[in-house]
Design a protein around this ligand. Sequence first.
Ligand SMILES: NC(=O)c1ccc[n+]([C@@H]2O[C@H](COP(=O)([O-])OP(=O)(O)OC[C@H]3O[C@@H](n4cnc5c(N)ncnc54)[C@H](OP(=O)(O)O)[C@@H]3O)[C@@H](O)[C@H]2O)c1
Length: 133
Amino acid sequence: MQAYSRETGLVLTSYGTLGSPGRSSVANEQGCVIPSVLTNPVVVFMAQALGRTPAQVMLRYFVQQGIGVIPKSVTPARIQENSQLFGWSLSEACMAALRSLDKGEAGRSFNFSSRRGFELHPEYPFPCTPHTR
Ligand SMILES: NC(=O)c1ccc[n+]([C@@H]2O[C@H](COP(=O)([O-])OP(=O)(O)OC[C@H]3O[C@@H](n4cnc5c(N)ncnc54)[C@H](OP(=O)(O)O)[C@@H]3O)[C@@H](O)[C@H]2O)c1
């Protein structure tokens, strides 16, 4: 999808760049586990080494690839933190380390698994069926 967007000039937007932690409690009630991006040891280690926050590392990772980010926060200090993504960058080694965390399809949490029956629709877009983890 990234290659296609580059070729066509479309700009991709990352949806739950911080892992959408606000969904965790509801997901847990439904037997799903949303992976915690902001406490991932690699992300936390990198943030500490760079003097940044885990959220900034994740947001910068996408911005540095030309992907837009729309982090949600109701917390003024976090909104400010989340906007401080420029004037510094992640090294290629950091980018590669973050890329290696990609779990592919197994890491997809936006799959409408809470909406029973969605997977039966002929245009259900994901290769996996909704599941609980
Ligand atoms: N998830 C959905 O179903 C859904 C539906 C429609 C639209 N959207 C849109 O998609 C975008 C992404 O929203 P999202 O909530 O799904 O995912 P997200 O941006 O990955 O995560 C937002 C959550 O992260 C917390 N957060 C924000 N900045 C943080 C920081 N610096 N450090 C630690 N925690 C931080 C927020 O808490 P606080 O707010 O308490 O600070 C909030 O709980 C938003 O623009 C939203 O409007 C989402």
